[in-house]
Design a protein around this ligand. Structure first.
Ligand code: T4K
Length: 420
């Protein structure tokens, strides 16, 4: 237990954790069931192309969400790309800049212009009042992102889309298992996508899906994800290879058997963080609506520097030095990443809330890989760092902190260099 800021690793103390604590460690279902299914797959010699596990997985997802159609795919990004293509979006599409860059790239990849829209600072999701200002004669659609699994103002966005005859797609990469006004995410707009990447609370190794109640759209998507083939030798659309494989599907089916446990661990972790971080001036944990179904997969803090004195980035540096690899999702905002930064150098003028939020947020580790003792330790570091924000900041000034490398595992070996 660290007693004073002198004990912080950033000031020379020993790191709180020997091994790095990551945001996004995968959850696993029962291994023996997983191996049984792998053996079964090997015996069957059927590894991909709409195999029996993929079909079972699709039914399982559709039943859980209460949608007519689920098309399982190889990842969430390809799910976005195919949904965008199948919905025939073109010209300009409105989306938030406060999202993972895949949402914007899925448009740009198809030479559709992403038009970045500001967010509501309370929900972190696209602000319907701003959407209308971004509509031009070239606009063909809106992508709402259910950031952290918290739903957008779906009703308001549906109304705007209907009034302007725009297609509506929801990026629910974070939203599997969550609901809005009692209805599961997945059933809104023309279609929604999920990500089942290992960093999501429910994974299929890599994986994703498009869900929709539109049978004709689903039929088109099924063709597109398989090169456009409609039976042997007959190609009816331009297509790609977006198929989920059998290993991913059987991993998903196995994880389904533990999904309630994953959610209840996340929910307990969330409560522990809330308890531990309560009443620290300037630190607030985002709230989830407990009336809704929720996967609690992101522990997101907002740092109000006016109260903590310490900036969000300084806190991230302190945590990284302790081997707690906090993440700054979604800094700096898509509009500040290439190629968008060069294409739209002044986009930030229309995105004041996004610009503010990207400097305030940080994500902390959760999931089955994190214990309650570890959560207590993480929160104690935060409390200690902020307890005398002036002193901590003063001590950090004049230090040049090395950015974590892309291979964050090696971070603990990097020196913290004093500036000249
Ligand atoms: N839309 C939205 C709103 C999204 O957030 C995402 C993805 C997508 C669309 C696209 O869906 P996918 O095509 O990915 O299915 C991560 C994830 O790669 C990405 O899926 C996720 N959103 C995004 C928010 O976070 P990175 O670049 O931060 O990932 P990375 O490699 O740094 O991993 C995070 C940490 O997770 C690592 O430090 C260690 C841990 N980890 C990761 C993997 C892959 C493990 O412990 N085991 C693993 O197998 O993007």
């Amino acid at each position: 237990m660290k007693k004073s800021i002198d004990d912080l690793a950033i000031f020379g103390g020993s790191p709180s954790f020997q091994e790095p604590l990551h945001v996004g460690r995968p959850n696993f279902g029962d291994r023996s069931r997983l191996f049984e299914r792998i053996n079964d797959m090997l015996d069957r010699k059927w590894l991909s192309n709409n195999g029996p596990y993929v079909q079972e997985f699709e039914r399982r997802v559709a039943d859980m969400i209460g949608v007519k159609q689920c098309i399982a795919l190889c990842n969430g990004t390809i799910a976005l790309e195919i949904a965008i293509r199948a919905l025939e979006l073109k010209g300009e599409v409105i989306l938030p800049s406060f999202t993972f860059v895949a949402t914007a790239h899925a448009l740009q990849w198809q030479e559709i212009t992403p038009v970045f829209c500001d967010i509501d600072p309370n929900t972190h999701t696209i602000d319907p009042a701003c959407i209308e200002k971004m509509i031009t004669p070239r606009t063909t659609g809106i992508i709402g992102v259910n950031v952290w699994g918290r739903p957008c103002d779906i009703e308001a966005i549906e109304k705007i889309a209907a009034e302007h005859h725009l297609k509506l797609l929801f990026d629910s990469a974070h939203g599997f298992g969550c609901s809005a006004k009692g209805k599961m995410l997945g059933g809104f707009g023309n279609a929604e996508i999920f990500s089942f990447h290992p960093t999501k609370f429910f994974n299929t190794s890599e994986g994703g899906a498009i869900v929709t109640n539109d049978d004709a759209l689903a039929k088109k998507i099924r063709l597109m994800k398989n090169f456009g083939f409609s039976g042997y030798d007959n190609v009816v659309y331009v297509g790609t290879n977006g198929k989920m494989n059998e290993f991913s599907a059987l991993t998903g089916l196995t994880n389904f058997e533990s999904i309630d446990r994953f959610i209840s661990v996340n929910s307990m972790n969330y409560d522990s963080y809330r308890c531990e971080l309560n009443h620290i001036p300037g630190i607030s944990l985002i709230q989830y609506d407990k009336q809704e179904k929720c996967n609690f997969q992101y522990i997101v803090l907002e740092i109000d520097e006016a109260n903590t004195v310490l900036s969000r980035d300084q806190l991230v540096d302190i945590l990284c030095a302790e081997n707690i690899l906090a993440r700054r999702y979604f800094y700096p905002g898509c509009h500040k990443m290439e190629p968008y930064r060069s294409y739209f150098p002044h986009a930030g003028l229309m995105l004041p809330e996004t610009e503010k939020l990207t400097k305030r947020v940080l994500s902390l580790p959760t999931g089955t890989a994190v214990s309650s003792d570890e959560i207590q330790k993480i929160c104690q570091i935060i409390r200690l760092s902020v307890s005398d924000g002036y002193e901590t900041t003063k001590r950090m000034q004049g230090k040049f902190i090395v950015e974590p490398p892309s291979d964050a595992h090696s971070f603990k070996n990097l020196p913290i260099m004093a500036s000249a």
